[in-house]
Write a protein of this length. Structure first.
Length: 202
C-alpha cells in the first residue's frame, strides 16, 4: 500500500473512492489521473492541477513528474511550484531531478534550498552554472545564502562543505583548549568574515 493510500485508510468513503481513482491495484498512479493533471496544466488550469496533486505523498508527486514527457515538465513544474518540496526532489531519479532544476525559476530553487540543511542546499545548486547559481543565491535569505556561499567556496576535494557551524564551533573549542590565543584568533577571523558573507556582493 502506498503512503498516499495509507493516509486515506481512515478517510470517509468518498475520500477512499477518490483515492482509488488516483492509484491502481499495484499502488501506481493511474494513467487517467496523470492525463487529467497534464491536461489541466496544458489548458492553463494550474489551480485545478494543484488541487489534484496536493493530497499525494511526495513519492507519488515524484512519480507524476517522471511519468510526464520531458516537454510537459516545464509547465507541470510551474503549476506545482508550491507543492514540489525537498521531499519530492529526494524521490526523483537523478537525471529527472537535473532536468527539473533546469526548468525551475531561480526563486523556486531558492525557496527549496532555503528549506534544506546547508549540505543538501549545496548539493542542489552546486552543479548549476555560475550565472544560475548567482541568480539562485541572490534570492535566498541572507543567512542561508551566507552559509551556502561559504560551503561553495571550499575546494570539492576538501572537507569544507561537509562541516556545519556546530562542527566548526566544536573544532574551535578544542583548539582553544590547546592554545587560547590561536583559538581566539581563528574565531575572530570568522566573526570578521560573517558580515561580508551575509551582506557582501561582487
Amino acid at each position: 500500500m502506498s503512503e498516499s493510500e495509507n493516509i486515506a485508510t481512515a478517510a470517509p468513503p468518498e475520500a477512499e473512492a477518490q483515492n482509488h481513482a488516483v492509484m491502481d491495484e499495484e499502488d501506481r498512479l493511474r494513467p487517467e489521473f496523470v492525463e487529467r493533471v497534464l491536461d489541466a496544466v496544458a489548458d492553463g488550469e494550474d489551480e485545478t492541477a494543484r488541487q489534484l496533486v496536493e493530497p499525494l505523498h511526495p513519492a507519488d508527486v515524484a512519480d507524476l513528474i517522471e511519468l510526464a514527457h520531458r516537454d510537459e515538465r516545464e509547465g507541470l513544474v510551474k503549476a506545482l511550484a508550491g507543492i514540489i518540496s525537498p521531499e519530492v526532489l529526494a524521490e526523483l531519479d537523478d537525471f529527472v531531478r537535473e532536468d527539473l532544476l533546469d526548468e525551475m525559476e531561480p526563486q523556486q530553487v531558492a525557496d527549496l534550498a532555503g528549506q534544506m540543511e546547508t549540505d543538501d542546499a549545496v548539493a542542489l545548486i552546486e552543479d548549476l552554472d555560475r550565472d544560475e547559481q548567482q541568480a539562485v543565491l541572490q534570492r535566498m535569505e541572507p543567512d542561508d545564502r551566507a552559509a551556502v556561499e561559504e560551503a561553495l567556496s571550499f575546494p570539492e576535494e576538501s572537507a569544507g562543505p561537509g562541516l556545519d557551524y556546530l562542527t566548526g564551533c566544536l573544532m574551535e573549542e578544542e583548539l582553544g583548549w590547546g592554545c587560547s590565543g590561536i583559538g581566539t584568533s581563528l574565531m575572530c577571523n570568522g566573526l570578521a568574515g560573517a558580515p561580508v558573507l551575509i551582506g557582501g556582493s561582487d
